[in-house]
Design a protein around this ligand. Structure first.
Ligand code: G6P
Ligand code: BGC
Length: 888
């Protein structure tokens, strides 16, 4: 084929053969012409059917559905990211088959500096025919098995082989060079990766050159052959082989069938044969020959060249159709084919070129629209903004191809805002970019792993925390110096169901301050109101704080019609208090952002009673002060008597449990049990957790209002996890791993990354939409790699928190089991706190860690529904019941 085409045609040597029969009349002519050109007209409905059918095949192939065999292959390319613009380095690039029988070798330098481009140096080598026809699936970025040759290549011993290995073998055979083949890349991928990162990176690569194909960034979890469910991967559609008779049948012309029949691979690449540059010239030739034979063109004369396959090249078609070319050039081209065109012939030939190329562009648009729909589906987006890198001689040289393409895509995919970006030397630079991006991803992955490694706690580390906690518990119970103060709560019994009455309860110390009316009959009815504690009050004077509390109580009483009633009141006060009795608790120190003055070292109940006194005409009977862990244990214990542990993982964290009284120094009595408030938030304040503390924990602690305090809490609870994540993101940004290394002002702001973001991000479907939404709200320009890394950072931080919490619970349940000398213990834990309740994985990670570290305990976690206010009311009810008993 080429020898004819490539040798070009010599003027006048050709002998014309003209039809004997008379030429058709003008009306027959135009009818013949119309009927011929009409074949290339594709309706919108036909294009939509091709779009839908190709989309169906693409999704079928992505799912790995083998039968019926999908019409397209959807080959993963192992390219997991698009350029950042920070990639740099020198690369050798080989380009084979992009423009037919040639090999291009390039030296590409990437500077990593925006707008600073170094022109690649390159050399092109023609591949001799005997080599093309002579005696070469991707399973990794540098492993790719050739499925089948296309575009005139036919070398033996290559199909089914790993072409990278063949290249490595050839390099070894030559023995001259030390070249490390890092990546093999499809030209569409090179085109996508070669486009200048403008407003948004190109995420689709489209090539219409000798052949045609496209690739795009698909969500990895949608590619069945890949066992990766996160991030993205570039998929080469290989749409050249698309052939769905139902969709393509109606648009295939007799000329398409002839071309296919006479091609090297009849029946294959039918879609490519209607679009690719290797075929457009041939289609035009077949039409011109047909019209000439019908006597409509060139006076019914043909020439050997016109009848020779491959004699009309893409360049000829592009020139002949280009309005700026002018009739003279068309005339010259046709003369080169040994024809003697008349003026009307020239015009008709241009119409034929336009018809063939318009259809090619429209079909290509239908295919591109299918890719865009697939992208929309996989990103679950109603509308899509996407940049498509275009490459290949048909796109570059054909005057109208890209404008017809753009116009038709807008028609077929109106909800997509598509910008076509001509790729700058897609082959060379793009391929270098693939290698550079792979190197960047690997480097970033290494830095991310190094950064997160300290958060990945293994069994031994967790068992060590458990053992450390047991030691601290024992010391605390003995009243020795310990970071665990093991505070007696004077709660000796869980409710027995005989409690009755109406009780007021206050719940201070969590996210919200609540006032509750709790009616205990055979069941418990709760009416409550949430009030805010402004930071100015939480960090103002103690008097102001307690006056504010009383104001809320009065407001609640008025609303509930309880004014003037002096109901027994239980006060959930979620801070470390040394209790001297059920209604006496000395505040040891504030935590969780509270810092009201003149309170530490004071009896909190007295402070409340003084505030009540200050507010005349208010009668309140404060019966009990309880910690929120105790309230939570009691609240859940009301439903499940085996509930003997209370756990809070919210703004702060802490636990309590029923300890044998004999083990509690400082509280008289050896029999029975008492609930102990561990105040485990302070665990490690003696440095016993230093081995686990990271630079990020240190930053959070130093910036807190109580540095050096509550170290365990600062690794676990809601007030701090967001801050730990923020510090890690800042660190990774400074390493250039995140946000292209651009330090974003907003991210420097304390508490800007809320802990609830972790729960939202980790409960997000793998589409990472939440990550994007949250980070975009924070003004952080992110790429999909960034989104994935932020997710991994959140997961590492919350996993460590949950595991540390689990190690703590394991210490407690093992203590109870040993206290009772049991082989096996079945116990329930009442749990409350926003982090535990809202985080998608926290509770299961805690339970898994407890199972691992306390295998002889069967632990049931009960999420408290009504909070510890109910628990405080029940403690009050038990106290009143016991007081009643002592009175009779
Ligand atoms: C519930 C309890 C409070 C407790 C809080 C902890 O609301 O009723 O007593 O302090 O949980 O969780 P939080 O996430 O609000 O800090
Ligand atoms: C407090 C505990 C409380 C826990 C959960 C900690 O900061 O010290 O008393 O139980 O937070 O709210």
């Amino acid at each position: 084929m080429d020898s004819i085409g490539s040798s070009g045609l010599r003027q006048g040597e050709e002998t014309l053969s003209c039809s004997e029969e008379g030429l058709p009349g003008p009306s027959d002519s135009s009818e013949l012409v119309q009927e011929c050109l009409q074949q290339f007209k594709v309706t919108r409905a036909q294009l939509q059917q091709i779009q839908a059918s190709l989309l169906g095949s693409m999704e079928q192939a992505l799912r790995g559905q083998a039968s019926p065999a999908p019409a397209v292959r959807m080959l993963p390319t192992y390219v997991g990211s698009t350029p950042h613009g920070t990639e740099q380095g020198d690369f050798v690039v080989l380009e084979l088959g992009a423009t037919g029988a040639s090999l291009r070798v390039l030296w590409v330098t990437l500077t990593g500096i925006e707008g600073h481009r170094v022109e690649p140096r390159s050399q092109e080598f023609v591949i001799p025919q005997e080599v093309m026809l002579g005696a070469g699936q991707q399973t990794g970025l540098d492993r790719s098995t050739l499925i089948s040759w296309t575009k005139g290549f036919r070398c033996s011993g290559v199909e089914g082989q790993d072409v990278v290995q063949l290249l490595r073998d050839a390099i070894r055979r030559q023995g001259a060079y030390n070249i490390d083949v890092v990546a093999v890349v499809n030209d569409t991928v090179g085109t996508m990766m070669g486009c200048e990162p403008g407003v948004r990176p190109c995420e689709v690569g489209l090539v219409v050159d000798t052949g045609t194909n496209a690739c795009y960034m698909e969500e990895a979890r949608h590619v069945a052959v890949l066992d990766e469910d996160r991030g993205r991967v570039c998929v080469s559609v290989e749409w050249g082989s698309f052939s769905d008779d139902g969709a393509l049948g109606p648009v295939l012309t007799t000329f398409d069938h002839t071309l296919d029949h006479e091609s090297l691979n009849p029946g294959a690449q039918r879609f490519e044969k209607m679009i690719g540059g290797l075929y457009l010239g041939e289609l035009v030739r077949l039409v011109l020959a047909h019209l000439a034979r019908c006597g409509v063109l060139f006076g019914g004369c043909t020439s050997p060249a016109l009848l020779s396959q491959g004699s009309i090249l893409l360049e000829h078609v592009a020139e002949m159709e280009d309005p700026s070319t002018g009739a003279a050039r068309v005339h010259a081209i046709l003369q080169d084919l040994g024809l003697s065109p008349g003026a009307s012939d020239v015009e008709l030939v241009q119409h034929v070129c336009a018809a063939v190329c318009t259809r090619a562009a429209q079909l290509c648009a239908a295919a591109l629209a299918a890719v865009l729909s697939c992208l929309q589906h996989s990103r679950e987006q109603q509308t899509l903004q996407v940049a498509v890198a275009t490459g290949g001689r048909v796109c570059e040289r054909h005057p109208r191809f890209c404008s017809v393409l753009q116009g038709t895509v807008m028609l077929l995919a109106p909800e997509c805002d598509v910008s076509l970006i001509p790729s700058v030397d897609g082959g060379g630079r793009g391929v270098a970019m693939v290698t550079a991006v792979a190197a960047r991803l690997a480097a970033h992955r290494r830095l991310l792993e190094e950064t997160l490694a300290p958060f990945r706690l293994n069994h031994d580390q967790l068992a060590a925390v458990q053992a450390q906690m047991r030691k601290a518990m024992a010391k605390g119970l003995r009243g020795e110096a310990s970071s665990l103060r093991m505070l007696p709560t004077f709660v000796r019994a869980t409710p027995d169901g005989s409690e009755r009455g109406d009780f007021l309860a206050l719940d201070l110390g969590g996210t919200n301050f609540r006032v509750l009316l709790v009616r205990v009959t055979t069941g418990v009815q709760i009416t409550s109101e949430i009030y805010s504690i402004p930071e100015t009050v939480a960090q103002g004077s103690g008097q102001q704080l307690f006056d504010h509390i009383v104001d809320c109580i009065v407001d609640f009483q008025q609303k509930q019609g309880l004014s003037g009633q002096s109901l027994p009141l239980g006060f959930t006060f979620s801070f470390p208090c040394r209790q001297l009795g059920l209604d006496q608790g000395i505040l040891l120190n504030w935590t969780k952002g509270f810092k009201a003055s003149d309170c530490e070292g004071q009896d909190v109940v007295s402070l409340l009673r003084e505030a009540i006194t200050r507010r005349q005409a208010v009668e309140l009977n404060v019966v009990a002060i309880v910690n929120d862990t105790v309230g939570t244990m009691m609240s859940c214990g009301y439903e499940d008597p085996r509930c003997e542990i209370g756990l809070i993982v919210g703004t702060g964290t802490n636990a309590c449990y029923m300890e044998e009284l004999r083990n509690v120094a400082g509280v008289p009595g050896d029999s029975g049990r008492m609930c102990i408030n561990m105040e485990w938030g302070a665990f490690g304040d003696d440095g016993s957790l230093a081995m686990l503390s990271t630079r990020f924990d240190a930053s959070v602690d130093q910036a807190s209002i109580n540095p050096g305090k509550q170290r365990f809490e600062k690794m676990i609870s809601g007030m701090y996890l967001g801050e730990i994540v923020r510090h890690i993101l800042l660190h990774l940004t400074s390493l250039g791993v995140l946000f292209r290394g651009q330090q974003i002002q907003r991210l420097q702001t304390r508490d800007i990354f809320k802990t609830k973001f972790l729960s939202e991000i980790e409960s997000d479907s793998l589409a990472l939409r939440q990550v994007r939404a949250i980070l975009e709200d924070l003004g952080l320009p992110l790429t999909s790699d960034d989104a994935l890394m932020v997710l991994e950072v959140c997961q590492a931080v919350s996993q460590r928190a949950a595991q540390l919490c689990g190690a703590g619970v394991a210490a407690v349940v093992e203590k109870i089991r040993e206290n009772r000398g049991l082989e096996e213990l079945a116990v329930s834990v009442g749990v409350d706190g926003t982090l535990y309740k809202l985080h998608p994985r926290f509770s299961s990670l805690v339970a898994a860690t407890v199972r691992e570290l306390a295998p002889r305990c069967v632990v049931t976690f009960l999420q408290s529904e009504d909070g510890s206010g109910k628990g405080a009311a029940l403690v009050t009810a038990v106290a009143c019941r016991l007081a009643q008993l002592t009175r009779v």
